[in-house]
Design a protein around this ligand. Structure first.
Ligand code: FES
Length: 174
């Protein structure tokens, strides 16, 4: 069977063999975002953020359906998703801890902080705690190099984080 002209949406199935679909809310918000741009492709980052808002991450199926809605190739949508390091292409926990590992924070205690995080959470970088509470990721400079070590939890930036104040900080994120 030729699939050359077959829409992505009829080809994508989930692990359980069900067709992958965007929710009505996701589709509605993406269509709304498209109207803000002359070229629908310009809404690609908005569309990825919308899917991530509802699912915490962006599954493969969503890449194809976003591509279809925005009239672009799935490879191009994937390229946008890969470019933005806050778009997650694998499941993450309820809270994502992004720790700056660039030179400024490296000089102000990154190593000790990163080790303490791994020990406290019981996970390695890139992993999620078994209770689905935290995912730990390294990131490049967060733009507050004079206040390191710096990390973000979800969208909140925390400055001068140390092993000593780590427990208190994590308690803010149940
Ligand atoms: S080096 Fe860490 S915020 Fe810039």
């Amino acid at each position: 069977m030729s699939t050359a002209n077959t829409p992505y949406s009829s080809l994508i199935v989930t692990e359980k063999g069900q067709p992958f679909t965007l929710s009505d809310a996701e589709r509605h918000e993406i269509e709304h975002a498209i109207h803000h741009y002359e070229d629908p492709r310009a809404a690609s980052i908005d569309a990825l953020k919308i899917v991530q808002k509802y699912r915490r991450w962006v599954p493969d199926g969503a890449i194809y359906l976003i591509a279809e809605l925005l009239q672009m190739s799935a490879a191009d949508v994937e390229g946008v998703a890969t470019f933005y390091n806050r778009i997650y292409r694998q499941p993450v926990g309820r809270h994502v801890i992004a720790v700056c590992d660039s030179i400024g924070c490296f000089l102000t205690g990154f190593d000790e902080l990163y080790a303490a995080l791994q020990e406290t959470l019981g996970i390695r970088p890139g992993q999620t705690t078994p209770d689905d509470r935290f995912t730990l990721l390294p990131v490049c400079c967060l733009g507050a190099c004079d206040q390191g070590p710096v990390l973000m939890v979800n969208n909140a930036t925390h400055f001068n984080v140390s092993p000593a104040n780590l427990t208190q900080l994590l308690e803010l994120y149940p």
